[in-house]
Design a protein. Structure first.
Length: 172
């Protein structure tokens, strides 16, 4: 499976990186970052990395065959652009391709409270088959730390896109 993780916004960017790291090496994976991320540090960690300005990068083409795009976190700006078809950077262009190719697109909005406009955009995208999966806590997993709660989010996101994992305690 070819999977890309796109990181938009500033708050919670480590969730995108941790999700990328949690994807098993049996999958072909890519990372798309916004210009505010520390590109040099990411490259030093060995990520297959694309910058937002690289709209010609392989994930932006339907013929590349990307199976899954997960935008973690997804800023309201990025969500709104995707909802109205603006494809002005690599993340929004790749999301546009995922929609037209009817491939798996997961958005993890990170803001609260949610405005009526944001909810309307999420509803529109959900009716198009986009998975809206914000990082919402579930207490049945009995997290004992922030890291355990983050593992729950990541485990749920991986579950949604069909990647087996043991990152969190499941419902018993």
């Amino acid at each position: 499976m070819k999977i890309a993780i796109a990181i938009s916004g500033a708050s919670g960017t480590h969730l995108g990186l941790k999700t990328y790291d949690a994807i098993p090496p049996s999958h072909e994976k890519y990372l798309i970052i916004n210009k505010n991320a520390d590109t040099v540090a990411l490259k030093e960690r060995g990520y297959a990395l694309f910058a937002q300005e690289e709209i010609w990068a392989p994930p932006a083409s339907g013929s590349f065959g990307l199976d899954v795009l997960m935008v973690i976190p997804c800023s309201m700006n990025t969500l709104a652009k995707i909802a109205v078809g603006i494809a002005d950077n690599l993340t929004t262009r790749t999301a546009s391709v995922m929609l037209k190719e009817r491939k798996t697109l997961l958005l993890a909005p990170r803001e609260m409270p949610l405005s009526a406009i944001a909810l309307e955009n999420m509803h529109k995208l959900a009716t198009l088959g986009v998975i809206i999966a914000p990082p919402i806590a579930a207490y049945y997993s009995e997290p004992e730390s922030i890291e355990a709660m983050e593992d729950f989010f990541i485990g749920k996101w991986l579950d949604i896109v069909g990647i087996e994992n043991t990152l969190y305690k499941r419902w018993q």
